[in-house]
Design a protein. Sequence first.
Length: 290
Amino acid sequence: MRILFALLYLIQLLPFPLIQKIGAAAGSAAYCLAAPRRRIGRINLEKCFPEWTAGQRRRVLKAHFRQMGILLAEYGLCWYGSAGRLKRLVSYRDRQILDNALADGEKVILLYPHFTAFELAVYALNQDVPLISMYSHQKNQMLDRQILHGRHRYNNVFLIGRNEGLRAVIKQIKKSNAPFLYLPDQDFGRKDSVFAGFFGIQTATIAGLGRIASLTNAKVIPAIPTRLADGTVELRFYPAWENFPTSDRQADAQRMNDFIEERVREMPEQYYWLHKRFKTRPDGEAGFYD
């Protein structure tokens, strides 16, 4: 692990285009070598894009692995690169939506799905916007310490352990003016989840967004990071959702999934396909990854 950290430190000293090429090459190698992850990605794309040919799905999956390799290579920049360099690599679109809400004293939840440019974007944003986020501790203690150190590099984040639960999140939002960074699009099992459609698939979906918004009177502002052709990242803010939340947890979860699906269709290679998003199935339905 020390060797990996040292390598990432050295990589961040290189010109940005070269970092991108190294990351893309690493991702291409991982596509060939990481057969279990490649299989998960293939199944996910088959389920979500049945109208595509096998060749189309394979091309997107290969591009996705390259994006994941770039994400890994950029951790050196996030952890060790200068703050100014990070800022220059990230641009904003419609950031006034967030700035105006905070200036008005609004509580804000940033809906932030798992797109592959999410780390670079949030490290740039966190330099001048305090954030609340949940954190799952890593099994490897050295990696866990490094990630936590990186998260706190600007002393501008409030991390809440996932085991602390929703009550700790609500408490922190209420006493702080920091937006809550909400990454909802993973399968955490049946507890606290509802089944909502995602690409036409009944998907176990954490229903916390509506509940947190209701208990804190917070606005939900989606934020989507997109890697541009030159490798830099654009973080786009979308208008705060109106008439949200409702009294229907399943309908609120469906609205969230529909929004994420729309963004995924715009840039499918940049969405995180390598985890078992559809692991939890409705009763009586066979598993996708067995």
